[in-house]
Ligand binder design. Sequence first.
Ligand SMILES: Nc1ncnc2c1ncn2[C@@H]1O[C@H](COP(=O)(O)OP(=O)(O)OP(=O)(O)O)[C@@H](O)[C@H]1O
Ligand SMILES: [Mg+2]
Length: 361
Amino acid sequence: MATITLDKIEKNYGAVKAIHGIDLEIKDGEFVALVGPSGCGKSTLLRMVAGLEDITGGRLLIGDKVVNSVEPRDRDIAMVFQDYALYPHMSVADNIGFGLKMRKVSEADRKSLIAEAAQMLQIEKLLDRRPAELSGGQRQRVAMGRAIVRRPSAFLFDEPLSNLDAKLRVEMRTEIKRLHGLLGRTTIYVTHDQVEALTLADRVVILKDGRILQEGPPLTLYERPATRFVAEFIGSPQMNMFDGVVRQAAEGSFVEIDGLRLPFKRIDAQDGQKVHLGARPEAIGLCLAEVSDFVSQVEVFEPLGSDTMVSARIAGAMAVVRLSPEDPVARGMDLPLQFDRMKLHVFDAATGDRIETDSTS
Ligand SMILES: Nc1ncnc2c1ncn2[C@@H]1O[C@H](COP(=O)(O)OP(=O)(O)OP(=O)(O)O)[C@@H](O)[C@H]1O
Ligand SMILES: [Mg+2]
């Protein structure tokens, strides 16, 4: 069983506090992605789980055993790094089997484990080559093969796809997801690419400055971001933000932006408080009714085939709107637009915290 439990984990590098007391419980077989901006502590956290970095404070448990001072090789965990770290003078087969050889696994067993991993990764034909004779994606597969043959109870990945081009990244992403389905091992996956995190993980943990900002299933983070930071970090193109003011009236709470009054079930704020109104590109659409929320001129439009992305000035801010490819759009055209009232977010302008209660319930 490989549950991984972080109990008030802290890390100091000298006077620098990199991780500020993180609590996180990862279930057996769960795929968790750690995301956040550069320097937020993702690698530090992963390296502490792997045993490559000392833990300053708190407890790390694998299963029900505290492993703070257990050597990396005794943690039954395999790590895949960004730069693959393959041995250039060894064949693919020897690279994959190197860890097994160090553990004194017999040659016959090594052979069969290597063959099995190579088949799983579809690199059987490459076993005699050297790393220099492989493409980036093939090298990445070899690095994964080396992790797989050890049959660890957990996998740790630190930005394993960031050296690959966009197309290969998408292919290897599918590959990692397929392998997780096949092996069902506990996985922690570090990335700064929110799309990778959302598409791969059962649960996404967003870190900033060594703290967890929010964690949850991908859709929950997308639909109910707890702060403006999370709202803008998750989703591409990013959520549009408009300056607004709260109005509390007998009939309910409203947000006013540029003279437009939008109703909400409840907003926990004083009348007159400044807020940011968030609307994802798909929360703004063409208005078919007679009176639209606003009329905006199309400044840029990008037909992507599946959607058409339109940039237009709304309430004083440049906004991106996701329209259907059937919608008639041209540069310079005046578009009547409206907000989808069920898909708006309100954040306190000062703290960035979400302050409206669920508008859909
Ligand atoms: N060996 C070290 N000595 C001192 N400070 C360090 C060391 N390693 C990391 N740090 C600091 O700890 C913080 C977290 O670093 P970490 O490498 O975990 O970030 P990260 O989230 O993985 O970033 P990136 O996305 O750029 O890889 C940073 O402020 C970094 O400067
Ligand atoms: Mg890192």
